[in-house]
Ligand binder design. Sequence first.
Ligand SMILES: Cc1ncc(C[n+]2csc(CCOP(=O)(O)OP(=O)(O)O)c2C)c(N)n1
Length: 315
Amino acid sequence: MVKSRVLEERLIKIYKSGEGFFWIGGPGQEAFDVPLGLLIKKGQTLDHDWLHLHYRSTPVLTAMGLEMIDGIRLMKNLVTDKHTHGRNFCNHYAVREWNVAPITSPIEVQYSMAIGTAVAQKRHGGEGITIVTGGDAGTAEGDFASCLIWASRPENPLPILILVEDNKWGISTAYLGQHGEKNISDRAKAFGIKSAVVDGNDVEKSWEAISEAMDYVRNERKPYFLQANLSRLYGHSSASGASFIANEEDCLKTFENELIKLNLITKEKIQKIWDNFQAQSLEDLETARKESPPTAESIWDFVYADSENADWRKF
Ligand SMILES: Cc1ncc(C[n+]2csc(CCOP(=O)(O)OP(=O)(O)O)c2C)c(N)n1
C-alpha cells in the first residue's frame, strides 16, 4: 500500500515540476486494490485471471509486482516504458504476461471488452475468471449495461467479477446529483446477479469480500457484482490540481493506526517503510531522467500489422 502511494505521490511531483504532461491515478484505493492484486491468479493463459482495469488501478498492479520505475517511465513517456513504449497516459498500463488488457481513457469500455475474455474462459473451463473494474460515474455508459446483460444470460452466465469503485465523484459531478439508486450494485439484482457492497477503505473487509466474490465466480462460473466505497485522495487528476483532499478518509492512515493499536507494528517501523520507498522512488526518477522519449520516426510502430516493429511478442 505504501509503495503504491509513494509512487503516486512521486508521479504527482513529476507532473507539478513540469517533467510530465498529465497525472491520473489511484491514491485512496489501496485498501481495496492491494487485496485485489494479491488475490488475483496471475499469469498469461485462460486458466489465469483476465484483468480489465481502470486508470486508478496502480495499487492492484503494485500488489501484483509492478515496480515504481515502470510507473515513472510511463509518466515520463519514455521509450523504456515497457507497457506502451511511452505512448499512453500516466497509469494506463498493459501487461501481456499478466493478462492485463490495455487500460483505456474512454471510461467504462473495459466492461464491454471484459465480456470477450469471460466468454473465452467460459468455453475453456477451468478456474480462470475475468475481473473488470471502473468508476461509479462511468456506469451511466451503455458499455456497463452491456456487461450486466451479457454476464447474466440465463443459458450462458459468465465467470466475471464486476467491480465498481465508487468514490462518489465523476470529475467534478457529485454522485448525489446523478444517481437515483442508493448503491450501483442494486442494479445487479434486476439481472439476478449476486452482489455486495463493501467499505473499500477497510483492508480486512475488502480482503474478505473480494475472497468471497472470487470463490463464487471461480467455482460457480457465474457473475458477481461487488461495489467498493472508497476515497479519491488527490481529486480527479492533474486537471483538477492533484492536491491532497484532507476531508476524505485516508485508508493508509486508518490501517496504520489499527496495526499500531494491535501492537503489530511500531510508528518507527512504519516510518522506515515510507522512507525506503521514498528513497527508491528518487533513485528510479534519477535513472529515468537519463532515458529518452521515443523517436519521431517510431510513431507508426505498432499501429499497423505490417509496420516494422509490430511484433507484439516484443512486449
Ligand atoms: C466515454 C468517455 N466519456 C467521458 C470521458 C471524460 N471523463 C474522464 S474521467 C470521467 C469521470 C469518471 O468518473 P468515474 O467513472 O466515477 O471514475 P473516477 O474517475 O471517479 O474513478 C469522465 C466523464 C471519458 N474519458 N470517456
